[in-house]
Design a protein around this ligand. Structure first.
Ligand SMILES: CC(C)(COP(=O)(O)OP(=O)(O)OC[C@H]1O[C@@H](n2cnc3c(N)ncnc32)[C@H](O)[C@@H]1OP(=O)(O)O)[C@@H](O)C(=O)NCCC(=O)NCCS
Length: 240
């Protein structure tokens, strides 16, 4: 396994507008029959394209770090839908993908849980969701922010919360009020997890990034052997 995965999370992102139809078709050739079938089942064209670009990006990115053909990777999903590598060997690889309008991304690392979420910043936001589902301290932080900042703060919480539930692999089976973030100025965000979750808050580290003014992303990554990895960001191109 190449060193870049042992002590780092390699985060690759792809702007949809960087991919033309020929390149997208080349990505389709990387997919298994099951994935192609899933691709054709999408009714919504933008969701279909995001799925294709995310799978193509994932396959070609895994093959940057391990000498395996992009077509050869086989994935299975846990009971909550989180995909993981099952063949040709697992190599300890851990990954997570996320897609939103205009961007797909994947985070890859080794032997530690990882979750990623990217959101489009111009999406319509219903702040009432926070009142209903977020933890009280998050609602409080949100309401104390200046009004013009509230959408941005909401999407910070949203991407961070998604990254955590995706790193755990449990998705929305984790109540969103069972863990809460602090967003201190000039420090990375930190999480507190309720005792009912049987998790250690201090085993998680979070990384945030805003790409242009349109996309915000958060990564949750697990500590191993007392160490957190560095998160390295790369803009991907389809090289086929
Ligand atoms: C499925 C879920 C894990 C992420 O959904 P999402 O934010 O709509 O989608 P994203 O693009 O970020 O992630 C989707 C990818 O995550 C992966 N994924 C699916 N289930 C997962 C799980 N339980 N854990 C981790 N990753 C998962 C898959 O690779 C999926 O992409 P694919 O189907 O193309 O392979 C889940 O959290 C969900 O349904 N969220 C709904 C949105 C919501 O209410 N979020 C609350 C945030 S505060």
């Amino acid at each position: 396994m190449s060193t870049p995965l042992r002590d780092a999370v390699q985060l690759w992102y792809l702007h949809e507008h960087d991919v033309d139809d020929v390149q997208a078709a080349a990505y389709l050739d990387l997919l298994t029959a099951d994935e192609v079938e899933r691709y054709h089942r999408f009714r919504c064209e933008s969701a279909q394209r995001q799925f294709l670009l995310a799978r193509g990006l994932l396959r070609s990115t895994l093959s940057r770090y391990v000498p395996v053909d992009p077509q050869a990777w086989r994935f299975a999903t846990n009971g909550h839908g989180k995909p993981f590598v099952v063949a040709p060997q697992t190599y300890g690889l851990q990954f997570n993908v996320s897609h939103t309008r205009g961007m797909v991304c994947c985070a890859i690392t080794q032997d530690r849980d990882v979750g990623v979420d990217v959101e489009w910043l111009d999406r319509r936001v219903n702040l009432g969701i926070a009142d209903r589902y977020f933890a009280p301290s998050e609602v409080d932080q949100l309401r104390r922010a200046p009004q013009e900042e509230q959408q941005r703060v909401f999407l910070r919480f949203w991407t961070l919360k998604e990254s955590y539930i995706k790193a755990r692999g449990l998705g929305l089976a984790i109540p969103l009020s069972d863990f809460w973030f602090d967003l201190p100025e000039n420090h990375p965000p930190s999480v507190t997890v309720a005792a009912s979750q049987n998790d250690r808050s201090d085993r998680w580290q979070f990384f945030e990034q805003e790409f242009t003014s349109k996309h915000r992303l958060a990564v949750a990554v697990e500590e191993r052997h007392g160490r957190f990895p560095e998160v390295m960001c790369h803009r991907a191109e389809v090289c086929i």
